[in-house]
Design a protein. Structure first.
Length: 350
């Protein structure tokens, strides 16, 4: 059985590493919380697996350790920041602190951030908003990176460009976090490093042939990840990936056209208050009706029942809070050298 770690101890460990690496304590606390939340929800490529990379960027000065974002525009329902490469989880959390009260007042508020550092698992931000009776939409791109080819192409142009959203029902919120690539850069690199093939032909090699081998992405000439939908229906993921580019780099006024360097993110965050549209009660009445209809649908062979987006993650979160967090086997070994270097005691698994 893999080791499990107490969630509180993991969070404290991550925070201590970040503080010892020079990050402000308030920022470190939030970054650690969001990374841990990713693992609690089961997104084990976008939780504490990212921490070693964050520590390396702090050491190199690629992640900004202190300071505030620069305000580019500030209207009641539209805000734009230059994130100055500050920690992404801290910037997104700060953006929510701005957007939530303004959405309550104005019906909606959008915060766009250029030049954030990486923002980790998008799903990690959702529950805290939806449980306040609000709807949230969050998406990001990395203008300094790529990995996904346009449909019909064989060279990477965009990042996987995840899109996340959540909204309330009478019970748990619906929560989705979907990559516009058929898989993520992190999952591709992990599988390639482990010598694994994936379950479908999710990539194209350098000659443009579909393959299930992630190593093709890193070969010479390089291949690429296919858009969501794959060889047959990748035009859909491709189109949605372009939408994310417009919402992030386009609205931020900074992106691929500027040829930036370093691990970063452009971010689009929108909070919507249903109470100022058709009314909160009718919003929940409608969302709950659709939820109930989906759950009542007879399952097809191979499925026990119809589930909702986010349902498995919330079950996993509750189980891991009660029984300990099960980390991917490579995570603690990657953090052990940092713990030794920074003088932080690693948590004991059990």
């Amino acid at each position: 059985m893999p080791d499990r770690y107490h969630a509180t101890e993991l969070g404290a460990f991550a925070c201590a590493l970040l503080v010892r690496a020079g990050l402000d304590k308030d920022k470190a606390t939030i970054v650690a919380d969001i990374l841990l939340e990713g693992d609690l929800l089961g997104h084990n490529t976008h939780g504490l697996a990212l921490l070693a990379g964050y520590l390396a960027d702090l050491e190199k000065g690629v992640m900004t350790k202190t300071g505030e974002p620069r305000v580019i525009a500030d209207f009641p329902a539209a805000v734009t920041w230059d994130g100055n490469r500050l920690p992404g989880p801290w910037l997104v959390t700060r953006a929510l602190d701005v957007a939530v009260p303004r959405a309550r007042q104005n019906g909606t508020c959008t915060v766009v951030i250029r030049r954030s550092h990486h923002i980790a698992c998008l799903a990690a931000y959702l529950q805290r908003v939806a449980e306040q009776g609000l709807m949230v939409i969050l998406t990001c791109s990395d203008p300094a990176a790529k990995g996904v080819a346009p449909h019909g192409g064989r060279r990477a142009v965009m990042t996987p460009n995840p899109l996340a959203a959540a909204w309330p029902t009478e019970g748990e919120p619906v929560m989705l976090d979907v990559s516009m690539g058929i898989t993520t850069n992190a999952m591709t690199r992990r599988a390639a490093n482990e010598g694994r093939k994936l379950s479908g032909q999710w990539f194209v090699d350098g000659a443009g042939h579909p393959t299930n081998d992630p190593a093709a992405v890193f070969a010479t000439p390089p291949g690429a990840i296919m858009p969501m939908g794959g060889a047959d229906h990748g035009h859909k993921g491709y189109a949605l990936g372009l939408l994310v580019e417009a919402l992030t780099g386009g609205l931020a006024g900074f992106g691929r056209a500027d040829r930036p360097e370093g691990w970063m993110a452009n971010v689009f965050l929108q909070v919507i208050n249903p109470a100022l549209f058709g009314g909160r009660e009718d919003f929940v009445r409608q969302t709950e009706h659709v939820v109930a209809a989906c759950r009542a649908t007879p399952p097809r062979p191979g499925f026990e029942r119809v589930r909702l987006p986010g349902e498995s993650g919330l079950r996993r979160r509750a189980e891991q809070l009660a029984q300990g967090v099960e980390l991917y086997p490579t995570i603690m070994p990657a953090l052990a050298p940092w713990a030794q270097k920074l003088g932080v005691q690693s948590p004991a698994g059990g």
